[in-house]
Design a protein around this ligand. Structure first.
Ligand code: GLN
Ligand code: ZN
Length: 747
């Protein structure tokens, strides 16, 4: 029984990659210094994995920014606008843009919080192997070998690459990136031959697209690609890796008939994989790489279950390799670095290093027929709070009055003009604010001094909004480091890590909190700041909370109960917070759910069940208030398609969304889907420092008014302002208020 992992974090235990790349971008170090840092990080990972006793070690999982971008460069899918640059400068220009050339688009990698750089290809794209004999996967293979480590280069598979690509601007209608498959496969063929020449015995081709719904044509493309690669006379053995769910039976049948030597299946996220494997008659002459150690979550593996899965597989294939379910890119590096965790929680955790140990131990146990190596890890959560459970059982989905009654009650209570103006919550987080929070964490300022600094900031933000003439104000969120972590730190059942960084994109890493036990709210979390702000103004101040789905999506969540149950516990805590805000006189409360779309399952058949619990949790949180209290929600995207009905079902009184770039079309889309509450289509894009003119926003508003009545059209930016600076924020908001006034006067 062999052991392997599908990939390993590249950022370094002390975030070395972040500091090296940011130093390079800032011109503090040269390319040679950055490359040296990269080589050191790669070397450290390879030797660490070898010393841990892993049988097969992946390479080419290192990247200065993103493995999909690496693939674009590898196959020379470089749009013309970057071709005047070369080397690292070209690479980083594609990732981050340069003065006159914007970056390529970036989007989420499947249902994770990792973001990849979207390839852009068109009919004129001519793939070729950039670097030839020194192409990145080949040179990294050689580099590892020189250190005495035999590795298995990992590549983004050709099907996945093209299905994640988007057509370049100006491509003719009907052009699809998949049309370019045959040309791309030839480049992979050349690469495989070169890897073989360098000595590689195995290559891993990642094809996670095979766990989502695939058309017949796409399955046929898969067959064609792997028939071609399989027949190459001199090539390494091929392992096709699927992960993040259950592989499609059609796709697995194709792989079964192909000449690939191994198929990796995810037995953590893909509960159906054993059945699918059995249904296609197994993989008789192939190896199954059994992803039994969760690569995406931080819990220790239940070794008995993992061993049972491996044992069941023995009858369905020629050989079993024990592995992680996916790359360990998605978990923090080392639990040993955490010294402040509650031992009861800590005992249930495994980060990347510990997961490698688990894989090795499971492999040994399977080989030796030994008893389960690690304790049955999925031990019951510590401190189950019976009162939380009892309350959840009692509360139904208490419904508020119907939308018309609520609309009338809120109109009377809030006395807002048509086209009311507001913002999404945060105001610019200035260096002074960050310093105040850091000083407090470091114990350098007293609690009182910190509180005063935040109050002063809130005072400034309220005064500015009054001066600008906004209608519904916010306190500006200066006290929040992060919209999830702030609440996680205040809820029971959550723990924070000190060093648990995970790459989100490029040099941006996040430290997701760990939701380990029953969630409860020991005391109010936001009421003090919000009421302080309300006390400074006669205008309504909007309370600001993070919704239950987002609280789960951006955390590591316990897996010993369904997420639906965990979401209800978070919702209950929020319900209490909302109740307290309401009692304290707050009349508008926003519950942000920017992650609602992100957790949507990869397969359509699972959408309904997910949306039911997601919507249910939001309603549980928000349905306890009076009709006159106005509930808002916010989402940072405009591709609603599949969740448009769910947005209606949330039944928030006002929904604000990103729309500036889509020219307000989604207002009509939402209306057409039966949504009749208030809508705040973002009238300007906060992701850029550009200050839009009042005319431009006015134009957006007039467009939106074709689909919604003025009393229900809210005027707001498309997301929070925390990443912006004050000069452009003030100027943009001034134009926003002016635009709303002009439209009001003209209607
Ligand atoms: N209220 C949050 C803010 O303004 C919302 C952030 C978000 O949508 N991601 O920052
Ligand atoms: Zn947003």
């Amino acid at each position: 029984m062999n052991t392997t992992i599908l990939g390993y974090p590249r950022i370094g235990a002390r975030r070395e990659l972040k500091f090296a790349t940011e130093d390079y971008w800032a011109g503090r170090v040269d390319a040679a210094a950055l490359e040296k840092a990269g080589a050191e990080l790669r070397g450290a990972v390879w030797t660490e994995l070898r010393d841990a006793g892993l049988d097969a070690i992946p390479s080419n999982t290192f990247s200065y920014y993103d493995q999909v971008l690496d693939t674009s460069v590898l196959v020379d899918a470089v749009p013309g606008r970057y071709r005047h640059l070369d080397g690292l400068d070209r690479y980083f220009a594609m990732a981050r843009g340069v003065q006159d050339v914007p970056a390529l688009e970036m989007t989420k990698w499947f249902d994770t919080n990792y973001h990849y750089i979207v390839p852009e290809v068109g009919p004129a794209t001519r793939f070729r192997l950039a670097g030839g004999a020194d192409a990145k996967p080949v040179s990294e293979y050689r580099e590892a070998r020189a250190l005495g480590v035999e590795t298995r280069p990992v590549l983004v598979g050709p099907l996945t690459y093209l299905l994640l690509a988007k057509p370049a601007a100006g491509s003719p209608d009907g052009f699809r990136p998949l049309d370019l498959l045959d040309g791309l496969v030839e480049v992979y063929a050349e690469l495989l031959e070169r890897l073989s020449g360098a000595g590689a015995e195995w290559v891993q081709l990642d094809e996670p697209v095979l766990v989502a719904d695939r058309t017949e044509e796409e399955v046929a493309a898969l067959a064609r690609a792997y028939a071609r690669l399989g027949e190459l006379p001199s090539r390494p053995r091929l392992m096709v890796a699927t992960y993040f769910g259950t592989v499609g039976a059609d796709a697995l049948r194709v792989l079964a008939r192909s000449r690939v030597e191994a198929v990796a299946l995810d037995f953590v996220a893909g509960a159906g994989n054993l059945d699918v494997l059995a249904s296609v008659g197994g993989l008789p002459r192939k190896t199954v790489v059994a992803g039994v150690v969760d690569g995406r979550n931080v819990w220790r593996a239940g070794s008995r279950r993992a061993m049972a899965t491996c044992a069941a597989l023995l009858g369905l294939c020629d050989q079993v390799t024990v592995a992680t379910s996916c790359s360990l890119l998605h978990v923090p590096i080392d639990l040993d670095a955490e010294t402040a965790l509650d031992p009861a929680v800590r005992g249930r955790l495994a980060f990347a290093r510990q997961k490698v140990e688990e894989v090795v131990a499971l492999g040994r146990a399977m080989r030796e027929g030994a008893p389960a190596p690690t304790a049955q890890a999925a031990s019951p959560a510590a401190g189950i709070d019976h009162r939380v459970r009892a309350r959840l059982d009692m509360l139904g989905d208490a419904r508020r009055g119907d939308r018309n009654a609520r609309f009338a009650a809120q109109r009377a209570a809030l006395r807002l003009p048509d086209l009311p103006t507001t913002t999404i919550g945060s105001f610019p987080q200035t260096p002074e604010i960050r310093k105040a929070r850091a000083d407090r964490r470091g114990g350098r300022v007293s609690e009182d001094a910190y509180t005063q600094a935040m109050k002063d900031e809130i005072g400034r933000v309220i005064a500015l909004q009054e001066e600008l003439g906004l209608d519904v104000l916010v306190h500006g969120e200066p006290e929040r480091n992060d919209m999830v972590q702030y609440f996680a730190e205040r809820l029971d059942g959550y723990a924070a890590t000190e060093h648990g960084w995970v790459q989100s994109y490029g040099s941006r890493y996040v430290r997701p909190p760990i939701l380990h036990s029953d969630v409860a709210r020991p005391r109010p979390m936001t009421v003090g700041w919000t009421t302080y702000a309300q006390g400074l103004t006669g205008k309504p101040v909007k309370g600001m909370l993070t919704g239950p789905v987002t609280m789960l999506a951006w955390s590591f969540v316990r897996d010993d109960q369904p997420p639906a149950e965990t979401a209800r516990q978070v919702a209950l805590a929020l319900r209490d917070e909302i109740g307290d805000l309401e009692s304290a006189g707050i009349r508008v409360i926003q519950v942000d759910e920017p992650a609602l779309r992100e957790l949507l399952p990869l397969r359509e058949a699972e959408h309904a069940a997910y949306l039911e619990w997601a919507v249910g949790a939001f309603r549980l949180a928000t349905s306890g208030v009076a009709d006159s209290t106005q509930i808002h929600t916010h989402m940072c995207y405009s591709e609603f398609g599949e969740i448009i009905d769910a947005i209606g079902a949330l039944d928030a009184d006002v929904t604000s969304v990103e729309a500036a770039r889509s020219r307000m079309e989604l207002v009509a889309d939402l209306r057409a889907a039966g949504y009749e509450n208030g809508i705040g289509p973002g009238v300007y894009d906060i992701h850029s420092p550009r200050v839009p003119s009042a005319e431009e926003m006015e134009d957006n508003l007039r467009r939106a008014l074709q689909a919604v009545e003025p009393a229900k059209l809210w005027v707001n930016p498309d997301c929070g302002l925390k990443t912006r600076a004050y000069p452009e924020t003030e100027a943009s908001l001034r134009h926003l208020v002016a635009a709303a006034r002009r439209v009001r006067e003209g209607t």
